[in-house]
Design a protein around this ligand. Structure first.
Ligand code: IMP
Ligand code: MG
Length: 176
């Protein structure tokens, strides 16, 4: 079985460092709250925070999309809401990939209801060709073409999250 490499581990590491530098410039003295979206965002978030050498805090949330597995339709269900107080915090939402944008948009709206001082979005991969909603992304790792991608936290049916590179999966093939 072969999964074609799209972004190599080395490039990923370099880019994560650059994003961390950008975040540091913007938030150095603000003690931001980074909210990672489970499960996919966990690998990116953990690499990111190890490059943030200034005070910040971390929280996780988990949602699931209703309906078809591969196409989200804008409805999300909370599986794990934020436990930490968001009101008055500088929040950065951290996600693995944005596709249609429905998931992040909904999460963003829900977080805004909690009255953070500010709320920005940091996404590792941007499948920009597929966007269905208007959403502003503050930090983007890589803009990627419209393939189904796995690795670096991204899964296909819960598999391949552990891969160190971002790889393209051929959905026509069968995988064990
Ligand atoms: P959206 O609501 O359409 O933007 O979907 C975003 C979610 O779909 C992400 O958080 C991922 O969980 C999942 N997703 C979208 N594209 C991919 C992909 O290429 N590989 C793995 N998961 C993906
Ligand atoms: Mg996700």
């Amino acid at each position: 079985m072969k999964l074609k490499v799209l972004i190599k581990e080395k490039e990923i590491k370099k880019r994560v460092k650059e994003i961390a530098e950008e975040i540091k410039k913007d938030y150095k003295d603000k003690n931001p709250l980074l909210i990672g979206i489970l499960k996919g965002g966990v690998v990116f978030l953990s690499d990111l925070i190890r490059n943030l050498n200034f005070p910040h805090e971390v929280e996780f949330i988990r949602v699931s999309s209703y309906g078809s597995k591969s196409i989200s339709d804008g409805k999300i269900k909370w599986i794990m809401k934020p436990q930490m107080e968001i009101k008055g915090r500088h929040v950065i939402i951290v996600e693995d990939i944005i596709d249609t944008g429905y998931t992040l948009k909904k999460i963003y709206e829900e977080i805004k209801k909690e009255e953070p001082l500010s709320c920005k979005i940091c996404v590792f991969l941007d499948k920009f060709e597929r966007r269905k909603v208007n959403i502003h992304l503050d930090y983007v790792g890589f803009r990627v073409p419209n393939f189904f991608l796995v690795g670096y936290g991204l899964d296909f049916n819960e598999k391949f999250r552990y891969l160190k590179d971002i790889r393209i999966i051929d959905l026509e093939e069968k995988y064990e």
